[in-house]
Write a protein that binds this ligand. Sequence first.
Ligand code: CA
Length: 241
Amino acid sequence: MSKCSVLVIEDEKKIQAFMGKILKRQEYRVFYADTGTQGLEFIRSQCPDIILLDLGLPDMDGDDIIREVRSWSSIPIIVISARTAEREKVIALDLGADDYITKPFGTSELLARIRASLRHSNRLRTDESYYLRPYRHGDLILDFSKRLLTIGEKEIHLTPIEYKIVACLAQNSGKVITYSSILSNVWGPYADDDNKILRVNMANIRRKIETDPAQPKYIFTEVGVGYRMAEDEADISPKKR
Ligand code: CA
């Protein structure tokens, strides 16, 4: 996954420099834009592999960039957001952003977000068989072809709805999935947008798969936004595959 091009649209030089340093060390090719206008120009002419987007830019709203880019491209977009701005994150994700990262963030978090989004976009384009490979994290294995979830040697019995929720998260592992997108994925496009049914199911799933449901190892809550399943281990260190 090295040599991918990353465009950082961010007006704070300090954050630009911090990201640049981390990304170059991983052999990403890094480009910067200080304004939305510069960013859009670069995207149209150079088509980077992934975009890191600050929502608060001097000349325009980050949301406008997401809207514009999504009208013609599915380039992964990761939003850089402030800690308490849940509503802002949900709006950006609903507009088509792939994920978000919250300031202040660390190296491993930044790299994990990029990895998950790139992987997901590559998969959509090229690898239809991907979903047949089991998901694995720690002792948990989800075999999509057998619809079988095991932890260690133990088979975990999920209801059909619970299975759909876990499968949806595992197929997008490492990426945040909003409540509304899980609801429409599992219950269909006309699903009620009431999260309660999802929370009830998630509580049951956690009781079945987590040793301590209050300290989950496999499925994390992104408060006010959705859920994120731990990255597939084969994707973190491909050599184990
Ligand atoms: Ca800013």
